[in-house]
Design a protein around this ligand. Structure first.
Ligand SMILES: [Zn+2]
Length: 178
């Protein structure tokens, strides 16, 4: 029987077919092939069913990769966000928030109000220099806290936004083919 040499349509490896061969499996890549014969050419074609299966496995693999990436992003963020945590008065660690900044602003307002009241009221005559220094120090410390809390809050928000952007990108890679 005469053998004809064709090439696998999937990997290009040579395959031998007889004139009656309609289907064969490529010994090199394992693809199921159909032998197509036209008047001008003989060639092989990867069977659609198999190709669809390969595509499906590719999709599943890509989904798995995306799932892994999501998991890694979440774990990285859990680590990263720890450096932004602030300690509350009761000792627990929380993420920086605007309410923390607002609280410090109210504290500053109270100190300033007390200062104005003391310096203009009947106490002003007995207002000692040490007390004045303490109040100025308290105001200075309060302003410093507000600035550092605000900065930390901004840094945290920026890092959080970057994390969400990375997560969205990973999510869109996963859902692209679904
Ligand atoms: Zn092949």
């Amino acid at each position: 029987m005469q053998l004809e040499s064709l090439s696998c349509n999937n990997c290009g490896a040579p395959v031998e077919v007889t004139p009656t061969t309609n289907y064969l499996t490529c010994a090199h890549c394992g693809s199921r092939l159909a032998v197509k014969r036209t008047e001008t050419a003989h060639y092989t074609e990867v069977l659609d069913r198999l190709q669809a299966r390969v595509d499906q496995v590719d999709d599943e693999l890509e989904d798995l990769r995306a799932e892994n990436e999501l998991l890694r992003l979440d774990q990285d963020w859990e680590e990263e966000r720890k450096q932004y945590m602030v300690r509350t008065k009761d000792g627990s660690l929380v993420e920086p928030s605007m309410s923390g900044v607002t609280g410090s602003l109210i504290g500053l307002g109270a100190i300033v109000a007390a200062f104005i009241w003391f310096s203009t009221g009947s106490f002003s005559s007995s207002f000692s220099g040490l007390f004045f220094l303490l109040i100025v120090a308290a105001i200075g410390f309060s302003i410093y806290s507000i600035i550092s809390e605000w900065t930390k809050y901004q840094e945290y928000k920026a890092a959080e936004a970057a994390y969400y952007a990375r997560r969205d990108a990973a999510l869109s890679r996963r859902s692209r083919k679904n």
